[in-house]
Unconditional design. Structure first.
Length: 293
């Protein structure tokens, strides 16, 4: 675990999904206490019985930070799915209004990365040290390689190259992290609807012949501490239902950057059962090399 202050709890601000639970479990196994703030309506308190926690509505930012301070948490991980609400629906408390003013209008009305990067900056100014989930649980990122029985062929690699180019442009616009390409055609781009909804749409648009490929990349300028692209067993099932032949994600680079793969063994097993490949790649290398992953 990165730079854990001896004896101080790790603070978690928790949305939905299994990733926050994996992070909490990794911290506990490393001997680090955990205190979790569960975002009301997204995290399930029943899953957090093993750890001290509190449930707080999304707009009560002052309450969240106050609870974390009283628990002694200084390092924070923001993890899990939270649907971005409209500003008006947040019902910010007084502290939340103050902090949102520091975030700034440009970030509030920009893309997800602009907002999350600004939030990380404000948390630092408030005396916290934000961490990425992968800094606590390093196994969330994959090394380069293709651990599945199925392997991408030359045609799939061409679709991956096309997907890398498109996903990078999408990410540069702070709009999304992934796309689906089949036989050189871009079937779908990921936006606010998320990966599973994009895959469902791609399935409705698929062509005859070899299936498409899902490509997911870290946005070129995004914060490496929050909202890294992620896949898991559910993604494999959705990709199979959409008629895809495989998934290409960004492998670990620069220590703590890459696509998060939840429940890696289960994800690989699902891919093998469905006959899909899962490629963890160096995107620059894929763009410049021949047809060997």
């Amino acid at each position: 675990m990165t730079g854990a202050p001896l004896g101080l709890p790790l603070g978690l601000i928790v949305g939905g999904g299994v990733m926050p639970l994996r992070v909490a479990d990794a911290a506990t196994r490393a001997g680090r206490p955990v205190f979790a703030v569960l975002v009301e309506g997204f995290a399930d308190p029943r899953e957090w019985a093993a750890w001290p926690h509190a449930v707080v509505r999304l707009g009560a930012i002052g309450q969240m930070l106050g609870l974390l301070r009283r628990a002694g948490a200084r390092q924070l991980v923001l993890a899990g799915r939270v649907t971005r609400p409209s500003i008006l629906s947040l019902r910010l408390d007084g502290e939340g209004l103050r902090l949102m003013a520091k975030v700034g209008r440009r970030a509030l009305f920009g893309g997800d990365d602009a907002l999350l990067t600004a939030i990380v900056t404000v948390l630092r100014e408030e005396g916290f040290e934000p961490l990425g989930a992968q800094q606590v649980f390093a196994e969330l990122l994959m090394e380069a390689g293709c651990p599945t029985r199925a392997q991408p062929d030359a045609e799939a690699l061409e679709d991956i190259r096309r997907g890398i180019t498109v996903a990078r442009q999408l990410g540069a616009a702070d709009a999304g992290q992934g796309c689906v390409v089949q036989q050189g055609l871009v079937l779908a781009l990921e936006a606010i609807e998320g990966t599973d909804a994009m895959l469902a749409r791609a399935g409705e648009l698929r062509r005859e012949g070899p299936g498409g490929v899902l490509v997911k990349l870290v946005k070129p300028a995004q914060s490496k501490l929050v909202d890294l692209p992620a896949i898991g067993p559910d993604t494999i099932r959705a990709a199979a239902a959409a008629g895809l032949r495989g998934i290409a994600v960004e492998a670990r680079r620069n220590g703590h950057v890459g696509t998060i793969v939840l429940d890696r063994d289960a994800t690989i097993s699902e891919a093998d059962a469905a006959g899909l490949f899962l490629l963890a790649m160096d995107a620059d290398q894929i763009l410049t090399q021949g047809n060997t992953p």
